[in-house]
Design a protein around this ligand. Structure first.
Ligand SMILES: Cc1ncc(COP(=O)(O)O)c(C=O)c1O
Length: 474
């Protein structure tokens, strides 16, 4: 019989004091009743917590305070670029990373100053580069030697010098999902270590057009161990020193990318049903202070060995956290719409109104989002159900149909769930709304932001049927 892992004071293990709680039997987010939210704003519903965003950013800042170099955090807006989320991140005092002209536009519109913005991406257009150069952002991270020419051309067109960083791909593996690893030579990103010296020489050729400020590696998302971060930092540090020795040019920053993991298995009641590798990756609980300390330790040792400490003392560290800012600050509320019992298997099926079009990684990566009843949050979750979404697609299920068992076959919820019961997919603030699409003619849901004290603001209105036609011409 499945049993929910109890936590402090007998509260369910997924609870987080003052943020995610079971009160009066129902799920509450910073004091706001999830069931009441569904009643007011409709189902399904994205819910974000501003206090949790702030707490996550405060944790990153504490990590920065524990090391002796300045750390600039640039929130990876691809994780969630809802304008109210961006505003909350801006108000919490960190900077921003964008990956497209659209994200750049949003960052500027919400009030990030140009010197707070860095721009990654493999396929930037001339218009995107012109916008970035015109705005005078902190860094355009170039992804190939060829792209250096494109940035120079943009600088010429706009009549302004561009700030650039070179993005590397150093062949560093992680224990994350292969689709989330970005530092392997088989990945599409970056400039290889062999190309780096020439790439720097090329980037330094026209200093009136571009200013070379840094070096960048993103090892991947949800990276469960310190080692790949330390290896990446060491690689970049060595290039920084070599560049100084070869050309006299000093880089100002080393950008260690994103990838600080989130513990998706705070409640481990179904953890044993996941393959071990998946369990280790999803349950990672890495302190960003350890990542920074390990990275700096290897750089210090190397700096001492090659008498380059003066270079390290001038270096700012950049981090691009996405998931670790917004993932556990968000959840998807959904309602059971239909129920069936298969006589052959005895399985009870619950059909919800939240499909993979709202949480794409449930199908692309078979990502595990812990599911709880919002209506009966503190009831024992001791009954097994097959749970599936509403899409006309047999892959729209909350388990793995490809025989890989990368998700549990059943979800554990209270006994006697009936249509109308509210459920919550936890830890789903990252790469959810940002990747949502209106498949099957399903208007995208509303989103709310819960503030301190339980005040609730609508931060995305629910799409209408008319919105489904908005871009069509006929
Ligand atoms: C270049 C870059 N930086 C930062 C991130 C954010 O990663 P995460 O959300 O895991 O922190 C990503 C996401 O994959 C990325 O591609």
């Amino acid at each position: 019989m499945p049993v929910q892992t109890p936590a402090r004071d007998g509260a369910p293990a997924w609870t987080i004091p003052d943020f995610l709680e079971a009160r009066d039997g129902r799920l509450h987010v910073n004091g706001a009743d999830a069931v009441a939210l569904l009643r007011e704003y409709g189902s399904p519903l994205y819910v974000f917590s501003e206090p949790r965003i702030r707490a996550n950013i405060a944790r990153l800042r504490r990590a920065a305070d524990s090391v002796d170099r300045p750390v600039k955090f640039c929130y990876a807006s691809k994780a969630n670029s809802n304008m109210a989320v961006l505003a909350a991140v801006r108000d919490a005092g960190i900077d921003i990373e964008v990956n497209s002209g659209g994200e750049l536009y949003k960052a500027l519109r919400v009030g990030f100053r140009p010197e707070q913005i860095i721009f990654n991406g493999t396929s930037k257009t001339d218009d995107e580069l012109d916008d970035a150069v015109r705005a005078g952002i902190y860094s355009i991270n170039v992804d190939s030697v060829y792209e250096i020419e494109l940035v120079e051309a943009a600088a010429r067109r706009v009549g302004k010098r561009a700030n650039v960083t070179l993005r590397l791909v150093p062949e560093i593996g992680t224990r994350s999902h292969i689709g989330l690893q970005t530092a392997l030579l088989t990945s599409k990103f970056g400039i290889t270590s062999r190309e780096v010296p020439d790439a720097f020489r090329r980037a330094l050729a026209n200093p009136e057009l571009i200013r070379v400020g840094g070096i960048h590696i993103h090892v991947g998302s949800q990276t469960p161990d310190v080692a790949p971060f330390a290896d990446a930092f060491k690689t970049m540090w060595e290039h920084l020193v070599a560049l100084y020795r070869d050309t006299g040019h000093t880089l100002e920053h080393i950008n260690l990318g994103g990838g600080i993991p989130v513990n998706y298995l705070r409640d481990r009641s179904q953890a044993d049903e996941l393959p071990a590798a998946e369990r280790d990756m999803l349950g990672a609980d890495l302190d960003p202070a350890d990542v920074l300390a390990a990275a700096l330790r290897v750089a210090r040792e190397s700096a001492r060995a090659v008498a380059a400490e003066h270079l390290l003392d001038r270096t700012t560290i950049l981090l691009e956290p996405g998931r670790s800012v917004i993932s556990d600050a968000g959840l998807v509320l959904t309602t059971v719409r239909n129920i069936k019992q298969r006589p052959e298997t005895g399985d009870v099926w619950l059909l919800t109104d939240a499909g993979f079009n709202l949480l794409l990684s449930m199908t692309t990566y078979k990502w595990y989002y812990h599911l709880v009843s919002a209506s009966r949050a503190d009831a024992p979750h001791d009954t097994s159900y097959k749970v599936a979404g509403p899409l006309c697609d047999s892959g729209d299920v909350y388990f793995d149909i490809e025989g890989e068992s990368r998700l549990p076959d059943y979800r554990h919820l209270p006994a006697h769930v009936r249509p109308g019961e509210a459920l919550a997919l936890l830890n789903s603030g990252a790469y959810s709304l940002a990747q949502a699409f209106p498949y099957n003619g399903r208007p995208l849901p509303a989103a709310v932001m819960v503030r301190a004290g339980g005040k609730v603001d609508l931060v995305r209105r629910r799409d209408t049927y008319e919105d489904l036609l908005a871009g069509d011409v006929w």
